[in-house]
Write a protein that binds this ligand. Structure first.
Ligand SMILES: Nc1ncnc2c1ncn2[C@@H]1O[C@H](COP(=O)(O)OP(=O)(O)OP(=O)(O)O)[C@@H](O)[C@H]1O
Ligand SMILES: [Mg+2]
Length: 290
């Protein structure tokens, strides 16, 4: 379902003396169903404030949020609370039950799901996050860091969210663990058609996974665009927001200089950029023959 914000703003009480210093200045945003959206910006730019508002963890000072046409108020209905899943930074700190099985069952029990439903769903989510069922009987402290993170995300997936919000979910994982987690999220999104809203500081990863980006600076949205548009055509906005260029964008910029021409690519993933470079190199080779 599409999510829309209109005039959405937030100010922490301690910032009240300075009315200009809003954690989030009035924001109009439209997020289409099934998209992978990266929320980027320097530290303190308002990323966590924005996603917390979307989940209903903060109450906005102004504005409304609509989800599939329905306005999200303070008393969000059960369906909406289930619909939007939220993964904190280092979610494994929220694994508090004696076993992973109990932890996965915690949310669904609150929502009144049956034991059979919970057990079936447990095996589905474990497959989705790449864990085996034998993990169910283990205690959180018997898991590795990466396994704990997957188990915690599995807990959020139990309620079959239509939108998953993640605040820097790869923080503290080793490079391979980060890629595995993002690949897992991408498979889950493709399989379910759900939307992902993802805060990240890693522009290489944003270029590789995100279809759209929201760029925040001091609480203001500077851009809502594609990674390709931002880093190839609006690089001044990226620079003004202290975002470094992804490697693939750097490569394309260098090649454009070298060949003295625009190189169109179908995105900034390595695959898209390799295809664009291949095309230019082939064309150059043909010209050399003549
Ligand atoms: N609990 C709070 N009380 C007062 N001010 C806060 C609080 N939390 C955040 N702020 C301020 O609100 C602004 C936006 O903070 P926010 O946490 O949304 O930033 P962020 O973009 O998520 O940063 P980071 O990348 O460091 O996580 C900052 O100026 C921050 O200092
Ligand atoms: Mg934050």
């Amino acid at each position: 379902m599409p999510l829309t914000t209109e005039n959405l703003s937030y100010q922490f009480k301690s910032l009240h003396e300075d009315p200009a210093a809003q954690a989030l200045a009035p924001l109009d945003l439209h997020i289409q169903d099934g998209k992978w959206l990266a929320v980027c910006g320097h530290t303190g730019s308002g990323k966590s404030t924005l996603v917390r508002l979307l989940k209903g963890l903060l109450t906005p000072n102004t504005g409304v949020i609509t989800w599939g046409g329905e306005t999200l108020g303070d008393n969000r209905g059960t369906a909406i609370r289930q619909d939007i899943g939220f993964v904190f930074q280092q979610p494994e700190h929220q694994l508090f039950e004696a076993t992973i099985a109990k932890d996965l069952a915690f949310g669904p029990k609150l929502f009144g799901f049956s034991k059979t439903w919970i057990e079936e769903r447990q095996s589905e989510v474990l497959t989705q996050v790449g864990l085996t069922p034998e993990i169910l009987s283990r205690a959180p402290f018997q898991l590795s860091g990466g396994e704990k993170r997957r188990a915690a995300i599995a807990g959020v997936l139990m309620l079959q969210p239509r939108m998953l919000i993640l605040d820097e979910p790869t923080a503290g994982l080793d490079p391979l663990g980060q890629i595995e987690l993002l690949d897992m999220l991408e498979s889950w999104r493709k399989e379910t058609g759900a939307t992902i809203i993802w805060i990240t500081h890693d522009m290489n990863q944003a270029a590789a996974y995100a279809e759209e980006m929201v760029v925040l600076k001091e609480g203001h949205m500077l851009a809502h665009t594609t990674p390709y548009q931002l880093f190839m055509n609006e690089a001044h906005i990226a620079a003004a927001s202290n975002l470094n260029l992804p490697r693939t964008a750097q490569l394309l910029h260098q090649l454009e200089k070298h060949f003295e021409q625009n190189i169109e690519a179908d995105g900034l993933s390595e695959t898209a950029v390799a295809a664009a470079i291949g095309k230019v190199v082939r064309e150059e080779a043909v010209w050399e023959v003549f």
